[in-house]
Design a protein around this ligand. Structure first.
Ligand code: MG
Length: 365
C-alpha cells in the first residue's frame, strides 16, 4: 500500500460559548461575549488500493491555516510512502504537533482499514471500551458556571475540570458551585494554565483544596520544573502537567519528582505513535496519566479514543470534550456521551466516516 494523494480541507466551527483560560492581563468575560470560533484542517490521504486515511489538524490559529503550504509539506513526506512505515515517517515529520498528529491519524486509519482492524489493535488492543471524560468548565461568570454544571450533571458527567488562575476569589466561588451541583462524589480538577507564581500557587491550592480536588494542572510556569516540584511538596493535591513529544522534558519531570500525573494527548505529542512513548515513560515512573485535549472534532477525538483505549496507564478522567463543546461536527455518526463516557470506536482504522453534507456546512470558502 502506498499513499498517492493528499487533500486538506479548511473547516471552522463555533464552540458553545466564549472559552478563555488564565493568562496575564485577561479578565472574566462578560455574559454576552461571542462564542469562540475554532479552525481545523481535515486531512484525507488516498492510497493506491483505494483506501482513505483521515486525520484532523485540530483547533489551529486561523493565521496558521496556510493549508496549501501545509499540504505540500505533507505531500513531501507521504507521497509514495507505506502507511505502515511509522518509525521512519515519524522521523521525517516535524510540521508542528497538530499537523504531525493529523498525519499520524491518517496512517493508523489506513493501516486499520487495510487489515480490517481498529487503530487501537496496533498499539495495545482494546484495554477498555469506554473512556471517562472530565467536562471542562472555562473561566466565566459564576451564574454561567452554575448553569453549565446543572446541564452537564444532567447529561451524566461525573468528572470535571475547572479553568482557574485569573482571580482566586472568583475561582473559589466557582469551585463552591461546582461541588454543590456536582455533589460529593464528583471528580474535580483545576487547571491554572501556569498563571500562578510558585508561592501564589501554594497559597491558592491550600485555600481551594477544601473543596476536594483530584488534582491541579499547570499550577505554575511549566518550564520551572524545580518550582513545580516545590508546589507539589507543599500541597496535598496531585499535580498534573502537560507532556508533549519532548521526552527529555518528561524525564526531567520524573527526575525532579515534580508531578503525579502526565497530561498526554495525540495533539501535543504529534500523534498516537509518539504519545505511546510518553505513556510508557509515565508507566515506568509510576505516574498516572490523563488524555488532554486541544478540543478536537470527530476525527481528532477518535484518534484520542484509540490511544486511551489501548493504554492502562490512563487512569485519570480525560478532557475529550470536543463532541459536546462544538455546536456541529462533520462525522456521519458524531460521538455521543454515555453518562460522561465516550465509547471507543470499533470499526476498521479510526472507525469513523465523514458525512459530505455536514462537512460542507463547516467548510471555509
Ligand atoms: Mg492544561
Amino acid at each position: 500500500m502506498k499513499i498517492v494523494g493528499i487533500r486538506l480541507t479548511p473547516l471552522s466551527v463555533l464552540r458553545s460559548y466564549h472559552t478563555i483560560v488564565a493568562a496575564p492581563k485577561r479578565s472574566i468575560p462578560p455574559a454576552d461575549a461571542p462564542p469562540t470560533r475554532s479552525f481545523f484542517g481535515l486531512l484525507e490521504a488516498y492510497a493506491d488500493n483505494g483506501l482513505l486515511g483521515l486525520g484532523e489538524v485540530s483547533d489551529v490559529e486561523q493565521s496558521d491555516l496556510d493549508l496549501d503550504a501545509t499540504r505540500r509539506k505533507i505531500e513531501d513526506v507521504l507521497l509514495g510512502a507505506d502507511p505502515f512505515d511509522l518509525e521512519r515517517l515519524n522521523g521525517r515529520l516535524s510540521l508542528g504537533n497538530l499537523v504531525d498528529c493529523a498525519v499520524d491519524s491518517a496512517l493508523y486509519d489506513l493501516q486499520g482499514k487495510a487489515l480490517g482492524v481498529p487503530a487501537h489493535a496496533f498499539v495495545g488492543g482494546r484495554y477498555r471500551d469506554r473512556v471517562l471524560v472530565s467536562w471542562v468548565v472555562y473561566i466565566r461568570r459564576p451564574d454561567l458556571v452554575e448553569q453549565e454544571m446543572e446541564e452537564m450533571v444532567g447529561r451524566g458527567f461525573r468528572a470535571f475540570k475547572l479553568k482557574v488562575g485569573l482571580d482566586v476569589d472568583h475561582d473559589d466561588a466557582c469551585l463552591e458551585i461546582m461541588r454543590a451541583v456536582g455533589g460529593p462524589s464528583a471528580q474535580i480538577k483545576l487547571d491554572a494554565s501556569g498563571n500562578w507564581a510558585v508561592d501564589q500557587a501554594i497559597a491558592n491550592i491550600r485555600r481551594l483544596e477544601r473543596h476536594g480536588l483530584q488534582g491541579v494542572e499547570t499550577p505554575t510556569n511549566p518550564r520551572d520544573v524545580a518550582g513545580m516540584a516545590r508546589v507539589r511538596q507543599s500541597v496535598g493535591v496531585p499535580i498534573i502537567e502537560h507532556v508533549g513529544r519532548n521526552l527529555a522534558y518528561a524525564l526531567d519531570l520524573i527526575r525532579q519528582n515534580a508531578v503525579d500525573v502526565f497530561n498526554v494527548a495525540t495533539v501535543s505529542s504529534g500523534g498516537i505513535f509518539r504519545a505511546k512513548k510518553v505513556l510508557a515513560l509515565a508507566e515506568a515512573a509510576g505516574i498516572h496519566c490523563l488524555l488532554g485535549s486541544t478540543v478536537e472534532l470527530g476525527v481528532g477525538t477518535a484518534a484520542q479514543l484509540h490511544l486511551a483505549a489501548s493504554s492502562a496507564v490512563v487512569t485519570y478522567p480525560s478532557d475529550l470534550i470536543g463532541p459536546a463543546m462544538y455546536v456541529d461536527d462533520y462525522l456521519s455518526q458524531p460521538f455521543a456521551y454515555e453518562a460522561g463516557d465516550l465509547p471507543v470506536p470499533t470499526g476498521p482504522g479510526l472507525g469513523v466516516a465523514v458525512d459530505p453534507e455536514r462537512l460542507a456546512r463547516l467548510r471555509m470558502t
